[in-house]
Design a protein around this ligand. Structure first.
Ligand code: CMC
Length: 421
């Protein structure tokens, strides 16, 4: 087996080493390329570029495999709690019962945010998008928790991670309660992490709130399925921002902004809006299929296609099944679910989608579940952010512990050459 590739340029042959991962993925190591040839590589959108070596998440887009720290996503979604998965992603192993209890207790202790955060929240208009609110409030957390984190100190790192895991769900719930005009509440620390989040979202001031196990189970699954996805747009943002040694909270706040876009996490909101628009337009899915294929029309089938998955998205399979279960448990018949299934069927048989290997992704059915649970459409991407939080933390931590250099790509300049006034 070759351990390098040869590149010929300007009459010279240089050897570039090959790097192999634990799942036999190969890469050309170009770290010495510019020094030895003066060349750089050009790869818009980083379609062929690995930015790091990572031991957190393995993804095989051809075979539809997704694993966190070696565990299949199907296994984790069926058998683990979101907090266990968070521990696994961040610290590398599933927690023992004692480790899990300690983490939960530490989170409970930190499950408060400064009351002055409420003043900041109050000053946003009610129409503000909750992702903007969440990103701002996460950034504001820095001012209320200003101690710097020594990344070499396990204790410092652990404390910062606990702080974020504890306070972030409160900010997510408050973003929701602001839209709904509900009083801001705090955690009920007698509950599990996911159950408590449901409690903070849905508890009304004048009524008892009893969660339904099926609802909490669906939320738990959705959070796990979103928990990490290797070097996607928001995670790469978190790593790049953190690579300038900006702190954990600042890096996560930047990641939230990246996630907001409709080509990334914002797609879950865009899917429901699209399905609603199709319904309002008489439910003719063929018309929208034609629009999606028309190169002169900017319309895309939201919730379809993925940069890496070229066979199927294993998360979408689990979510579709969960959507059926939750709606049937709640006795809801949502006409947009029928439209979604119709669109999926048509797309999977259509040569345009087949040739381009476009399949439903994680965002195609998740919004239908959120909606059945009574979560407003603008909040869908916030739910994605809560799920992705452990992944962002794990990737930030790995990047800092690996002492990765500051992220600073190069460019090929194509502007004006020197000019004079
Ligand atoms: N509808 C219609 N055509 C599509 C779609 C779509 N949803 N997605 C890709 N295509 C076409 C695209 O026009 C291109 O065609 P051609 O080769 O003729 O120019 C081809 O498929 C390849 O697409 P691409 O845009 O070059 O692929 P990419 O890897 O850069 O983009 C994507 C991936 C997810 C941004 C894209 O598929 C898309 O915009 N999907 C809709 C938005 C969406 O659902 N995003 C959520 C992604 S999964 C969760 C997450 O990451 O947060």
């Amino acid at each position: 087996m070759e351990d390098h590739v040869k590149l010929q340029y300007n009459g010279k042959t240089i050897e570039l080493p090959l790097v192999e991962g634990s799942q036999q993925e190969k890469a050309i190591d170009i770290q010495k390329l510019r020094a030895s040839t003066g060349l750089i590589t050009l790869d818009p959108g980083f379609k062929n570029t690995g930015s790091c070596k990572s031991g957190i998440t393995y993804l095989d887009g051809e075979q539809g495999i997704l694993r966190y720290r070696g565990y299949n996503i199907e296994d984790l979604a069926a058998n683990a709690s979101f907090l266990e998965v968070a521990y696994l992603l961040i610290f590398g192993e599933l927690p023992t019962p004692a480790q899990l209890t300690k983490l939960q207790e530490d989170i409970n202790r930190e499950s408060l945010v400064d009351e002055d955060i409420k003043i900041i929240l109050k000053s946003f208009p009610k129409t503000a998008h909750p992702m903007g609110v969440l990103s701002s409030l996460t950034s504001a957390l820095i001012s209320f928790n200003p101690s710097t984190v020594d990344v070499e100190s396990e204790e410092d790192m652990y404390n910062a991670i606990v702080l974020l895991l504890a306070k972030f769900p409160i900010l997510c719930a408050w973003a929701h309660r602001k839209i709904k005009g509900l009083p801001l509440n705090y955690a009920n620390t007698s509950l599990t992490y996911t159950d408590n989040f449901g409690h903070m979202l849905f508890k009304l001031p004048h009524q008892e709130y009893h969660s339904q196990p099926e609802v909490i189970d669906a939320l738990n699954k959705l959070l796990i399925l979103h928990a990490d996805h290797e070097q996607n747009c928001s995670t790469s943002t978190v790593r790049v921002v953190g690579s300038s040694h900006a702190g954990l909270f600042a890096s996560i706040s930047a990641g939230i902004s990246a996630l907001w876009g409709p080509l990334h996490g914002g797609a879950n909101q865009a899917v429901i809006e699209m399905l609603e628009a199709i319904r309002a337009d008489g439910g003719d899915t063929s018309k929208y299929m034609a629009k999606a294929k028309d190169k002169n029309d900017p319309f895309r089938l939201m919730g379809f296609g993925h940069r890496v998955y070229k066979n199927f998205d294993p998360r979408a399979k689990i979510i579709k099944k969960t959507a059926d279960e939750v709606l049937s448990h709640l006795g809801i018949h949502d006409p947009v679910l029928d439209i979604a299934k119709g669109l999926e069927k048509q797309a999977l048989e259509d040569p345009y989608f087949v040739e381009r290997k476009l399949y439903p992704n994680v965002d195609f059915y998740s919004g239908i579940i959120y909606r059945a649970l009574g979560i407003p459409t603008e909040m869908f991407t916030v739910l994605f952010a809560l799920g992705r939080l452990p992944g962002w933390i794990a990737q930030w931590r790995e990047m800092r512990l690996n002492k990765e250099p500051i992220g600073r790509p190069r460019q090929i300049y194509v502007g004006a050459t020197e000019r004079h006034m």
